[in-house]
Design a binder for this molecule. Sequence first.
Ligand code: LLP
Length: 432
Amino acid sequence: ADSVEVNEQGHLLIGGVDAVKLAEKYGTPLIAYDVRKIKKQIRGFKQAFEDAGVKYMVSYASKAFSALAMYQLINKYGLGCDIVSGGELYAALKGGMPPERIEFHGNNKLQDELEMAVDEKIGTIVVDNFREIKLLDHILRRKHANIGVVLRVTPGIEAETHQYIMTGQSNSKFGFDIRSGQAEEALQQLMKNPRMNLMGIHCHIGSQIFAVNGFLMAAEKLVEVLADWKKRFGYEADVLNLGGGFGIRYNDFDQPLPAEEFVSAIVERVKELVAKYELKMPEIIIEPGRAMVGEAATTLYTIGSRKDVDGVCHFLAVDGGMGDNIRPALYDAHYEAYLADRPNALREQMVTVVGKYCESGDVLVHDCALPNTKPGDILAMPSTGAYGYTMASNYNRNPRPAVVFCEDGKSRLVVRRETYADMMACELGLED
Ligand code: LLP
């Protein structure tokens, strides 16, 4: 917590707003974004492309945080977005995203979802498998429509990350395998399909990746494939999409590269490779999700009960937990936490921060050093802006938290707290 911003009272500031006041005003659990941090990432990812003078699109992977306010924000900056369901498509369109800047991902896109994408004339379907090619072709014929497609391949690269979020290896459920000739077969089907405009290829090697090397290897693999396809099939790609996965800082052990450095290293390498194989320079697309929003939000909780055994505090419980942040339970993700009213106070105790859910795995922070606390203190958990709210659940019928955007000392509620009635909205019961 040494680097956190505080006001004259020593309270944590989020986007210039006193975190203790935020908790008072909106209640807890509360997910509070510092909007400037999101903007900084947006600018960082774009700037490196601008500096390199190449054609590009930064496509925000909206599964990381798909609030209406977020689509509206990225749209202002001219970003594209990656969606993975009809629900995300619906939200993106509500948020004013231009359809041509939307790309649709997924390993089992449903007929209804594909129809919606075609009807809304979105820019790109990232084609993932043979069934999808058939299904999409059917829809396009019936609707007398065309659509842009990008072919997703698995380059056979194993990124160093948690196995649940590793996706580039050959046994991944996503995309066409290169080695076995699947990707080539898909290419041929797409090339001769007049309803699908094949724009290029895509890969995503995984998530929370710190080393740029994995991206460089992926770029190399994909450009090699393109060189081979040009020679053998006369196919030249307009688009090279290298996916997302740029790592962020959750705790002291995480040392991510700045967005700009990831991008400039990737662009440099693609330029070299394209020159080497005498290809035309494709538009480069990246799909950062976590890196765009992860470090921007801090979740505020109110501390409640504790459990001490033999004079040692084992568990300190807060008013949220696995329902608003499943990542520690699901991925063994390590977060930090400190107190909102004295983030830099001496840390006198070691606790396990747990939630209020009926589940022993409902842990937010293992081995968390904190000052002595009392019920009512506000606990701040930084770097909770990605895959927190979007993976939230109503387990135990706990309402999902509220979300605020903070900037220049002002806060704005962008997602209101769910109510008990909201949680019953789909229930029909037994009586008519
Ligand atoms: N592009 C594709 C095709 C993806 O599958 C993903 C993430 C991204 C981009 C964005 O990756 P990012 O830049 O956010 O790392 N729920 C997990 C992460 C799952 C990511 C799935 N795909 C978590 O909380 O860590």
